[in-house]
Design a protein around this ligand. Structure first.
Ligand SMILES: Nc1nc2c(ncn2[C@@H]2O[C@H](COP(=O)(O)OP(=O)(O)OP(=O)(O)O)[C@@H](O)[C@H]2O)c(=O)[nH]1
Ligand SMILES: [Mg+2]
Length: 443
């Protein structure tokens, strides 16, 4: 886990709120002071910390908790909201054919991140390739080649050529038909100087990248902000990869400063290994820092009362036929959390009727596990509207999940049956009540 110290202090603060006998002005002030101290220690900008604490204090003291939510839950919710807010917008890279250019200063982690990014796209079922556009540093070619071998993706480089544009063009030509995502590594410089800018611009003109990702070392702390801005002003970046978050106490400064620039942080690097890479999502990140695993149920309850009878609404949504793969994923999570499936399995449309044997149960568990891996290889759009998944998508998803096409089709079949069944329930009141009870809705 990155930012351990910040996480520990914030978790202590959350516990303090959860255990408080009274949530009063004294507690709120104390909590705000704790948060201030924790954020400053993580290098977050003083001005930002002051603004944030003022906002938390004001909201915690003035806003009334919504009906059904306790004061404690309400204050935790506010702390969470405001922390998420300073981390900026979230952005996901599209899962499509594209060219991605990695740019940044010397030694920030560009080449390493190329390999990490390749793994990310491979998991989504696309065919990434790496091109060595760093023609200045002699060892750059070998380094990227080694990484490409390690993550098992095709590589192109030309050791003899000293023109980056030429090498990149050669590579793009070579991979035109055999790749989906062309990831181009470029050279670093000591600072953002004219020479680097003009090389970048030349490369952009030739390669027309869909994404221009700025790679930055989180150890720069608050300096990440001005640097990202300078790059953005000079060449227009489309996203940020913040590396080495594992080795710095200044991660809070880097994250919050970079988030202010206007280009979203898309990934964070959390180690030297190719798999030490995470999609950056502000709310998920804060959830983990605050130890939301522990207080998840607390916040879920808060959420429910915020949205009225949320569980019931979910159930109704399921049964009205508006049921997508995200719903099914949640439903499966819930089912696997319920231990042996025998209780609910009879209701699942695996074709069997009556009581299921243990063997079938194991098979069901395995199937659910596989379904989850498959759904992880889908894009958000595909999970939202599974109907768009035709054969070319099936192939891509299967490749990403490391399964056969038939397994993806099986999942889609299961989804369609579940959807139909859900719809069927809606016309039968007794069945509906039963389903609600068994799936533990409405509690
Ligand atoms: N701990 C840690 N180390 C990282 C991370 N990302 C990169 N590194 C290390 O940082 C060093 C520099 O990484 P490179 O990928 O070579 O950086 P670069 O930007 O390509 O460097 P130049 O091509 O010389 O400009 C290497 O030793 C990497 O292993 C990360 O997320 N965490
Ligand atoms: Mg490099």
């Amino acid at each position: 886990m990155v930012l351990d110290n910040l996480g520990d202090s914030l978790k202590r603060t959350i516990k303090k709120i959860a255990n408080a006998v009274h949530v009063d002005a004294k507690l709120v002030k104390e909590v705000v002071r704790d948060i201030q101290r924790a954020l400053l220690q993580a290098d977050v900008n003083v001005k930002l910390v002051v603004e944030l604490s003022k906002k938390i204090e004001k909201r915690a003291l003035e806003e009334k908790p919504p009906a059904g939510m306790s004061n404690r839950e309400h204050v935790i919710r506010i702390v969470y909201d405001e922390l998420v807010h300073i981390l900026g917008e979230s952005k996901e890279l599209s899962i499509k054919k594209q060219v991605i250019m990695m740019v940044g200063l010397y030694g920030q982690g560009k080449t390493t991140s190329c390999g990490k990014l390749a793994i990310y796209f491979k998991k989504k079922g696309l065919r990434p390739v790496l091109i060595a556009g760093d023609v200045h540093r002699p060892a750059a070619y070998e380094q990227l080649k080694q990484i490409a071998d390690q993550v098992e993706v095709p590589f192109y480089g030309n050791k003899k050529e000293k023109g980056a544009v030429k090498v990149i063009k050669e590579g793009m030509n070579k991979f035109k038909r055999t790749s989906d995502v062309i990831i181009v590594d470029t050279s670093g410089r000591h600072k953002l100087e004219d020479e680097l800018i003009s090389e970048m611009k030349e490369i952009f003109k030739a390669a027309k990248p869909d994404e221009k990702l700025l790679v930055m070392d989180a150890a720069m702390g608050q300096q990440s902000g001005p640097q990202a801005k300078a790059f953005n002003d000079a060449i227009g970046i489309t996203g940020i990869v913040l590396t080495k978050l594992d080795g710095t106490a200044k991660g809070g400064g880097a994250l919050s400063a970079a988030a202010e620039v206007g280009a979203p942080i898309i990934f964070v690097g959390t180690g030297e290994h190719p798999t030490d890479f995470e999609k950056f999502d502000p709310s998920g990140f804060i959830s983990r820092l605050l130890g939301m695993g522990d207080i998840k149920s607390l916040l879920e309850r808060a959420e429910e009362s915020l949205k009225g009878k949320d569980a019931e609404k979910t159930a109704r949504r399921l049964m009205s036929g508006k049921f997508n793969l995200n719903d099914m994923y949640d439903q499966m999570d819930m089912l696997s959390g319920m231990g042996p499936l025998s209780k609910v399995a009879e209701m699942l449309p695996f074709g069997q009727s009556g009581k299921l044997k243990d063997v079938d149960m194991d098979e069901t568990q395995n199937k659910l596990k596989r379904f989850r891996v498959i759904m992880d290889s889908m894009t958000e759009e595909e999970r939202e509207s599974p109907d768009i998944i035709r054969s070319s998508r099936v192939k891509r998803i299967a490749r990403g999940a490391g399964v056969e096409n038939k397994h993806v089709k099986e999942l889609l079949k299961y989804y369609n049956m579940t959807k139909r069944m859900m719809k069927g329930f809606s016309s039968d009141r007794k069945m509906r009540k039963n389903l609600m009870r068994q799936l533990q809705f409405g509690k």
